[in-house]
Design a binder for this molecule. Structure first.
Ligand SMILES: *Cc1c(COP(=O)(O)O)cnc(C)c1O
Length: 381
């Protein structure tokens, strides 16, 4: 039996993303609760989710946003104007930095050379708070592509490279070493941060714990997070910032697609009008397996299919799924957890159309936010 919500999702033209406002609000309320309990500030990491149509909603819950560079900072400044805008980038261009200064509350540098290069400009902007990203060289992330502490990493300043005589004008430190991790990992990371950089913390106004906190997952240990935050507030008098991306938008959206063809090559195959490479690149990069409503792992239900894209990339395979009935051309499938790291990573490889973007409001209404066409493909080339 289809739920009312599923029925609505299946009525949409495909491919499309649907942002689930109610689910987003549930995540935001959990995050806001952490802010209220501790007085810390939580920022949306826009690189995970930049659907600015819902920024006014997010602004009701969070302290602001963080950006990976000028474009995201501008987007936040324009679309969430009454909230803080933070930015961190591994390196800034001179012309970008000029534009960041008037629109950012915090600017975080990745090296002392960048800090020294921009310091004369920075000193003319007393309204902006400047910080440094440190690399505590401690991370429990096992995949190198997501581990900013792997050997030779360019992300953050190690203790060996820390120039304690150059801290004049620096108000905060920033670390980002977590990825989909719990408060226990945060606690162990903070112990290392404190051991290595503790003597600088009392000279700072703020400490940014970065992102990667899986705060809105059901098993996340919020009391431990709260304890970690309070400890650094109490011991060093610091303002604490967290900048999750995933935790804001996790499980807050869908990707709906249609079956275009079914075929056989030793196994049952289905081609759908969406692509892992273009519309959900994390399926190939992470890699991870999205859930399809009503489907199971391969061979659990009677009919198993390998789902693939209508692109020429042999590896553009979403995965193997089983269904309780054979798939037919025109059937629609709903992938879950498609709000984060999806729309922001879209591309038009193979001339694939970009999925349109809908919002399902808390009332259950569907609003088309964006539709794309041939011109969007052509304009980029
Ligand atoms: C990616 C990133 C984030 C957000 O990470 P999530 O895993 O989405 O929470 C925050 N800060 C920095 C510096 C990042 O690179």
């Amino acid at each position: 039996m289809l739920s009312e919500k599923e029925r609505k999702l299946l009525s949409l033209p495909t491919p499309c993303y649907v942002i689930d406002e109610a689910a987003l609000c549930r995540n935001l309320a959990i995050l806001q609760n952490v802010e209220r309990q501790t007085g810390c500030h939580i920022l949306l990491a826009q690189k995970a989710f930049s659907a600015y149509h819902v920024y006014p909603l997010i602004a009701q819950y969070l302290s602001g946003t963080t950006a990976s560079g000028l474009f995201e900072a501008r987007l936040a400044h324009e679309e969430m104007p009454d909230r803080q805008v933070h930015v961190y980038a591994p390196a800034y261009k001179d012309e970008d930095f000029e534009q960041l200064l008037p629109i950012c509350d915090h600017i975080v540098f990745n090296s002392f050379s960048q800090w020294k290069h921009f310091r004369p400009k920075a000193q003319q902007h007393p309204a902006v708070s400047f910080g440094l990203r440190i690399n505590p060289e401690y991370s429990e992330i096992e995949t190198d592509i997501y581990n900013p502490c792997f050997e030779g990493s360019r992300l953050g300043i190690t203790l060996d490279n820390f120039e304690e005589d150059e801290l004049d004008g620096i108000s905060g430190l920033h670390f980002h070493t977590l990825c989909e991790q719990g408060a226990d990992t945060l606690e162990r990371t903070l112990a290392v941060v404190e051991e290595k950089f503790g003597r600088y913390l009392s000279r700072m106004k703020w400490l940014n714990f970065g992102g990667g906190h899986h705060i809105t997952k059901p098993d996340y240990d919020i009391p431990t997070l709260v304890r970690c935050i309070r400890r650094f507030q109490d011991r060093y008098g610091l303002d604490i910032y967290l900048e999750p991306g995933e935790a804001v938008a996790i499980n807050a959206g869908y990707l709906v697609c249609s079956v275009l063809d079914t075929l056989k090559n030793g196994r049952d195959l289905a081609i759908v009008d969406t692509s892992a490479a273009c519309h959900m690149p994390d399926v190939l990069e992470m890699p991870y397996r999205p859930i399809i409503i009503g489907a199971e792992e391969a061979e659990v239900l009677p009919y198993t299919y390998r789902l693939g894209a209508p692109t020429c990339l042999a590896g553009d395979v979403i995965g193997d799924y089983s269904f309780d009935r054979p798939l037919s051309v025109g059937d629609k499938l709903i992938f879950t957890d498609m709000a984060m790291y999806s729309m922001v990573k879209n591309n038009t490889f193979n001339g694939m159309p970009l999925p349109s973007i809908y919002l399902m409001t808390t009332d259950g209404d569907l609003r088309l936010l964006k539709a794309f066409g041939y011109e969007d493909f052509k304009r980029r080339l």
